[in-house]
Design a protein around this ligand. Sequence first.
Ligand code: HEC
Length: 195
Amino acid sequence: MYSLNHVLLVMAAVLCFASAVTRAQTPAYSKVGRTPSEEEIRAWDIAISTDGKELPPGRGTAKEGAVIYAQKCVACHGQSLEGSPLGTALVGGKGTLATTRPVKSIGSYWAFATTVWDYINRAMPRNQEGSLKPDEVYALTAFVLFRNEIIQESDVMDARTLPKIQMPNRNGFVPPRLEDIPDPRKRGCRLGHCP
Ligand code: HEC
């Protein structure tokens, strides 16, 4: 019979050996890659936060957006933004989130208009990502918001107005901390006991 100490000793030896092997196999990479330049980092660093503080200068309305949409987006997202086999619907789904068939769209699900701008700017049109100018992104965002009945057709979207848009589902998300849910029932409290 082996003693427990013996078994532990063997396990420790195996672990030491395994980590030594891993270390020996990790190459140094001393001659691969280089430090990116300030300019390169700026070009990659295009994320827009929910408060929109990084939004660039520019402006656009839904009217202008409709023209661009017809050229660059309609093929995948459809005449009425209803979607197609090539692209998701950009409208619809209001009131479906709490049902067994939730439809998540810009109007029914997205919490911020600023991140809609960010998404279109970085990811659309598919296969030509990054090709839109800030004015075009403002106009397209305005168009999508207008077709979801969130803004008027002539409302100007820019770095000042976009962060002020109240999206329909803005307050539909559960806060990261349970204690931040003000309604005890919604928080799941029963008979004075809260999770
Ligand atoms: C080649 C097809 C294609 C084109 C063209 C295209 N899209 Fe998309 N779009 C997609 C697909 C596919 C998705 C879903 C991507 C995913 O979920 O990973 C999407 C997603 C989106 C979303 C997010 C929808 C959501 O609720 O998650 C927005 C907004 C959007 N597209 C806007 C646009 C706009 C504006 C244009 C025109 C500038 C455009 N798209 C052009 C295919 C396309």
